[in-house]
Design a binder for this molecule. Structure first.
Ligand code: IPM
Ligand code: MG
Length: 367
C-alpha cells in the first residue's frame, strides 16, 4: 500500500507534518512518499502539478493533501496558479465524489458563530460533485461579444454543464451515503439546485428524481433551491442530513456549513473516484496569513486521515480509534486559536499546531 503525501503551501506543510506523526503511530503497513504540489512545486519545477507529482498521485492508493495557494502566485497566468494543482488532481484522477462532513463537537459548541442550541449535536454531510459543472465546462475564455447587452465589448464566459451519467453516478453516491448514515436503510437527501433559473439544474433535478424513484424509495428526497439552502443552513442546520449538490454550489455551501461547526479548521474531506481511491484533505485552505507561525489547527488533516482509513484503506477500527483520540484531546481542553474562546470556556488551554498533533499521538499511544 502506498500513500502519497502532498503538503503543498502555507499551513499545508505544518498540518500535514502532524498528520504524518499520527500515521507513524498507527503503524499501518503503508509506504509513504512525499512530493511538492501547488506554489511550492511551481517554485521548484515551474508547474503547480509537475508530471512527477501527478504520476505519484496516480500510482498511490491514497493521497494525503495539505493545501495550496499563496498571494505571491495570484498574478501568474491561471494555468500556473497553485489552485490548478488540486483541480488537476481531481480531473486526472477522476475524483468526482467529494464528502464534506460538518460535525459540531459538543466540546466546541461555543466556537460557532450561531447560537449553541442551533448547532449542538449537528451532524450533516455535504456531497459535492467535483469534476463537472462550471468548474470544468468548456468552452470558456475571453472574447469580443457578438450579442448581449454590449455587442462589440470585451467579455468573459464559462460553461455550466452536466451530463446524465455524471449526475447519475453522484446521485447514487449521495443516496447510498444517506442509507449508510441511517444504518443501512432510510435517511434523507436534500438535492440542492437552481432549477427555477438554470437548464443545467432543471436537468440535475430531473435525473436525481429518476434515480431516486428507480432505486431509493426508502430514502427521503427533498429538492431545494440553492439560495434557500444557504438560508436554511444557518436557520435550522439540524434539519439537514445529506446535502447533495453540484460543484460550484457545493464549494459555497460547504464553506458555509463549516462555520456552523465552529471552525473550518476541524473539517476533513474525502474526494473519491469510482473505485474509492481517494484524496484526503482538510476543507480549509493554505491560510497564508498564519503560515509559518505554528498556530494552525491540524485536526482537520488528522481527521482526513481517519476518513482515508475508513474509505480507502478499509480500516474502520483504526479510523474510529483516531476519531476517539481527537475527541479526548478536545475534552482535555486543548484548543488551537481558531477554536479557542478566550474567557468563555473554562478549563481550556490555547496550544499550537505541534502540541495539538503531539496530544493526539499521546492519546493513541494510550490505547
Ligand atoms: C475547495 C477549494 C477549491 C475549489 C479551490 C482551491 C480550487 O475552494 O476545495 O473548496 O474551489 O474547489
Ligand atoms: Mg472551497
Amino acid at each position: 500500500m502506498k500513500i502519497a503525501i502532498l503538503p503543498g503551501d502555507g499551513i499545508g506543510t505544518e498540518i500535514v507534518a502532524e498528520a504524518v506523526k499520527v500515521l507513524q503511530v498507527l503503524e499501518l503497513k503503508a509506504e509513504t512518499e512525499t512530493a511538492l504540489v501547488g506554489g511550492a512545486a511551481y517554485k521548484a519545477h515551474g508547474h503547480p502539478l509537475p508530471d512527477s507529482t501527478l504520476a505519484l498521485a496516480k500510482a498511490a492508493d491514497a493521497i494525503l493533501f495539505g493545501a495550496v495557494g499563496d498571494w505571491q502566485y495570484d498574478k501568474l497566468e491561471r494555468a500556473l496558479r497553485p489552485e490548478q494543482a488540486i483541480l488537476g488532481l481531481r480531473k486526472h484522477l477522476g475524483l468526482f465524489a467529494n464528502f464534506r462532513p460538518a460535525l459540531c463537537y459538543p466540546q466546541l459548541t461555543h466556537a460557532s458563530s450561531l447560537k449553541p442550541e442551533l448547532v449542538a449535536g449537528l451532524d450533516i454531510l455535504i456531497i459535492r460533485e467535483l469534476t463537472g459543472d462550471i468548474y470544468f465546462g468548456q468552452p470558456r475564455g475571453r472574447r469580443t461579444a457578438v450579442d448581449g447587452h454590449f455587442p462589440g465589448a470585451e467579455e468573459a464566459f464559462d460553461t455550466m454543464r452536466y451530463s446524465r451519467p455524471e449526475i447519475e453516478r453522484i446521485a447514487h453516491v449521495a443516496f447510498q451515503a444517506a442509507r449508510k448514515r441511517a444504518g443501512g436503510k432510510g435517511g434523507k437527501v436534500t438535492s440542492v439546485d437552481k432549477a427555477n433559473v438554470l437548464e443545467t439544474f432543471q436537468f440535475w433535478k430531473d435525473v436525481v428524481t429518476e434515480v431516486h424513484a428507480a432505486h431509493y424509495a426508502d430514502v427521503e428526497l427533498q429538492h431545494m433551491y440553492v439560495d434557500n439552502a444557504a438560508m436554511q443552513l444557518v436557520k435550522a442546520p439540524k434539519a439537514f442530513d445529506v446535502v447533495f449538490t453540484g460543484n460550484m454550489f457545493g464549494d459555497i455551501l460547504s464553506d458555509e456549513a463549516a462555520m456552523l461547526t465552529g471552525s473550518i479548521g476541524m473539517l476533513p474531506s474525502a474526494s473519491l473516484d469510482v473505485n474509492n481511491k481517494g484524496l484526503y484533505e482538510p476543507s480549509h485552505g493554505s491560510a497564508p496569513d498564519i503560515a509559518g507561525q505554528g498556530v494552525a489547527n491540524p485536526l482537520a488533516t488528522i481527521l482526513s486521515l481517519a476518513m482515508m482509513l475508513r474509505f480507502t484503506l478499509g480500516q474502520p477500527e483504526a479510523a474510529a480509534r483516531l476519531e476517539a483520540a481527537v475527541d479526548r484531546v478536545l475534552t482535555a481542553g486543548l484548543r488551537t486559536g481558531d477554536i479557542w474562546n478566550e474567557g468563555r470556556q473554562p478549563n481550556t488551554r490555547r496550544v499550537g499546531t505541534a502540541e495539538m498533533g503531539d496530544a493526539v499521538v499521546a492519546e493513541l499511544k494510550k490505547d
